[in-house]
Design a protein around this ligand. Structure first.
Ligand SMILES: *Cc1c(COP(=O)(O)O)cnc(C)c1O
Length: 214
């Protein structure tokens, strides 16, 4: 049975309620993106800079682009003029570079700190302890052109739901503990395979690709 992009988005929106939907458009054609756009979808995410820029040029101007992949510092300047949120900030050096390029563009760029919660080593991100150290050292105050609006995390890719849930719960409790003081508002967790768990564990934003474009 084949579902249309429009139907998939409609069903997903009903299912997730108030949780924000960011459509992950990596590997998809402009035609597929346009089907999502025609369902009033305006937030799209890519994990590679070149692909993101190519698609930005072909899509309408009111699309809000999210970066969700590992980002090389030398490519920050290419997205700094327009990127809506960089969700995958996984090291201080990158934060510094984003701050520098945001300043050049007279912008304050919203970002999420990516936290490593999965068991797999191939995923990027800060540990929770590293983030606490950064917060307590007050290092963040020097980054005037970056606004940390929350956290992002990816759970282990496993059918064992207890593992996935415990990872999401861990990230959510850290988020809750600091959100008041840090003025965090976004907790980005959940993809096609695990978003129902992520939402139960307190996600405010899901990043979904394959379930929409299947
Ligand atoms: C690809 C990707 C997603 C979406 O994954 P799907 O399983 O296609 O929904 C979400 N987040 C990140 C960081 C990704 O790279």
């Amino acid at each position: 049975m084949s579902h249309s992009v429009r139907e998939n988005i409609k069903q997903l929106r009903q299912e997730i309620g108030n949780v924000e939907l960011v459509v992950v458009s990596k590997y998809r054609t402009i035609d597929e993106l346009n089907q999502a756009y025609q369902s009033n979808q305006r937030s799209f995410a890519e994990n590679r800079v070149q692909e993101l820029i190519k698609k930005k040029e072909l899509m309408p101007d009111d699309v809000q682009w999210h970066m969700i992949g590992h980002l090389q510092t030398n490519k920050v300047k290419l997205i700094a003029p327009f990127i809506h949120i960089i969700q995958s900030v996984d090291r201080i050096k990158l934060l510094k570079e984003i701050n520098k390029e945001a300043k050049k563009n007279k912008r304050v760029i919203p970002i999420l700190l990516q936290i490593h919660i999965a068991r797999e080593d191939n995923k990027f991100g800060f540990t929770i302890d590293e983030v606490i150290q950064i917060i307590e050292s007050n290092q963040i105050s020097e980054f005037e052109n970056v606004k940390i609006i929350g956290l992002m995390g990816m759970a282990t890719n496993t059918p064992e739901k207890e593992i996935v849930k415990s990872e999401f719960n861990k990230l959510h409790s850290f988020f809750n503990e600091w959100k008041g003081q840090m003025k965090w508002k976004t907790l980005s967790m959940g993809m096609s395979g695990d978003y129902p768990h992520a939402i139960k564990c307190g996600s405010t934003l899901v990043r979904i690709g394959s379930k929409i474009f299947q």
